[in-house]
Ligand binder design. Structure first.
Ligand code: C2G
Length: 447
């Protein structure tokens, strides 16, 4: 009996896949099909896959061509499979010519001609793309524009910028550039807002009122009331409002939350998060300071994220300690927040005028999670125990600082017509509430 094996993602199964499977089957008597696991696809940069593993497996099963279906979960698995299943022939489409020659040591390798004119990517992009407009800080939006190119189903078509002549690449290539936010909204389906936090509420509201989906840099509002209002408005209008907090969309970060929530480190006692990035303020006048992102807006939401997601938003007491650079107390160079919960504590340290180790430590009764700096770009963390032999190290690929995944999540939410669960609404509200107290000087002490 000649055993044949082939692999693929088989997303939105089409006749190119079916023709490949038919010819693979004809090469022998028994066909094994390896379908890629979602995580494996993510780690090899395939982030736009539409169907979850289970649906893709069912589609392959539905062709009736596979005698056996297995899951491909890791790099190098093909060698293991060929040996484990006693495979005679490995086959794959001609788009991979040469790539799997290393398997010739174990079996025959056949590259079959790829079917022209059809592909999963083509099917994924055939439906009309979401036209995305952007507004705000140019260097950062440049990154978003670059990352959007990796995301199927979305296209950056508009930009609202004050200074149109001096735009950095790749922003200059955007087809429609205006300094009028209202006009931008007229031309797009959705908007990415990265303006100063004091403008967020008005801009989000205007976009929602005009029927546009919104991805807004966190904090989306500077008071709890305004935040509640914005999310209610989005819901009422059937629109997606999502906070752009890229850490929330990193695979390693979401796995970390799940591991902690399933009790891997026992009962939680403390969450401590630090985020800093030094900014040179020499020559910046007091007036200009108020138009800059202060430490608390820039880093506060990120540092609050693991605290609120793990311990909840129902803290009993808080103390905010800040050092300000201006008399109006709008620009903090450093802030430390301590939160007291019924049975746990949390602290966060953020700074643009103070440097510290940017780590995240989550302490529990059985062990702790350690995420090294810069923890907000999580791709690696350790679960550590009293007995180091039990320690676990976990790594998950992170591309584009998480912005890419955030955009994919935004597109998915729009397509499905319901918000995703990466950042729960009470978390967004608690972040806005914390901002409100900070600006009102409530529970704030100065150093
Ligand atoms: N294919 C084809 N013709 C097309 C599209 C795809 O013959 N028009 C073939 C591919 O060459 C591959 C199989 O169908 O052999 C599955 O394609 P994908 O789902 O795109 O999977 P791919 O990313 O090529 O995964 O470990 C994974 C494998 O290496 C291949």
């Amino acid at each position: 009996m000649t055993k044949v094996i082939t692999y693929g993602t088989f997303d939105l199964l089409h006749y190119g896949h079916i023709r490949l499977l038919e010819r693979a089957k004809a090469l022998g008597d028994y066909l094994i099909v390896g379908v890629t696991a979602d995580d494996y696809d993510k780690s090899r940069g395939k982030i736009n896959v539409k169907q979850p593993l289970i649906e893709r497996v069912e589609a392959v099963r539905g062709t009736g061509l596979a005698d056996e279906i297995i899951i491909e979960e890791y790099e190098g698995q093909k060698i293991d499979d060929v040996r484990r299943y006693g495979v005679d022939i490995f086959t794959v489409g001609s788009d991979w010519v040469g790539k799997f020659d290393y398997l010739k040591e174990y079996c025959q390798v056949v590259y079959l001609d790829r079917t022209e004119g059809i592909s999963s990517s083509k099917l994924r992009t055939e439906s009309r793309k979401i036209a995305l407009g952007m507004t705000g800080d140019a260097p950062f939006l440049g990154k978003v524009k670059k990352e959007a190119e990796f995301v199927n189903g979305m296209e950056v078509t508009g930009l609202c910028a004050e200074n149109r002549d001096r735009l950095p690449e790749p922003l200059g290539e955007i087809p429609y550039i205006t300094s009028d936010y209202g006009r931008l909204l007229d031309r797009v389906d959705a908007v990415y807002i990265h303006s100063h936090p004091s403008d967020h509420y008005e801009q989000v509201k205007e976009a929602l009122c005009r029927g546009k989906h919104v991805l807004c840099e966190s904090p989306a509002a500077l008071s709890r009331k305004q935040c509640v209002e914005l999310f209610s408005l989005a819901k009422e209008k059937g629109l997606i409002l999502m906070e752009a907090l890229k850490t929330a969309y990193a695979t390693a970060y979401s796995r970390l939350l799940l591991l902690v929530k399933t009790g891997k480190i026992g009962r939680l006692a403390a969450v401590d998060a630090t985020c800093t990035s030094l900014e040179d303020l020499s020559g910046v006048g007091e007036e200009q300071l108020s138009s800059r992102w202060n430490s608390f807006c820039e880093w506060g939401p990120t540092a609050m994220l693991p605290i609120f997601q793990l311990l909840g938003t129902d803290y009993r007491e808080k103390r905010i300690v800040s050092r300000f650079a201006d008399r109006k107390k709008t620009y903090d160079t450093f802030t430390k927040v301590d939160l007291l919960y019924r049975d746990a504590v949390a602290s966060l340290k953020v700074g643009k005028g103070v440097k510290s180790e940017g780590e995240l430590v989550i302490s529990g009764t059985r062990g702790y999670v350690y995420v090294p700096a810069p923890w907000w770009k999580t791709d690696y963390f350790e679960i550590r125990y009293e007995n180091p032999a039990e320690n676990k190290r976990c790594f998950y690929q992170l591309d584009g600082e998480g912005i890419r995944y955030e955009l994919v999540a935004f597109v998915r939410s729009i397509e499905r017509g319901r918000p995703n669960t990466y950042i729960e609404r009470p978390v967004s509200e608690a972040i806005a509430g914390m901002m409100e107290d900070f600006y009102a000087g409530k529970d704030v002490r100065e150093i």
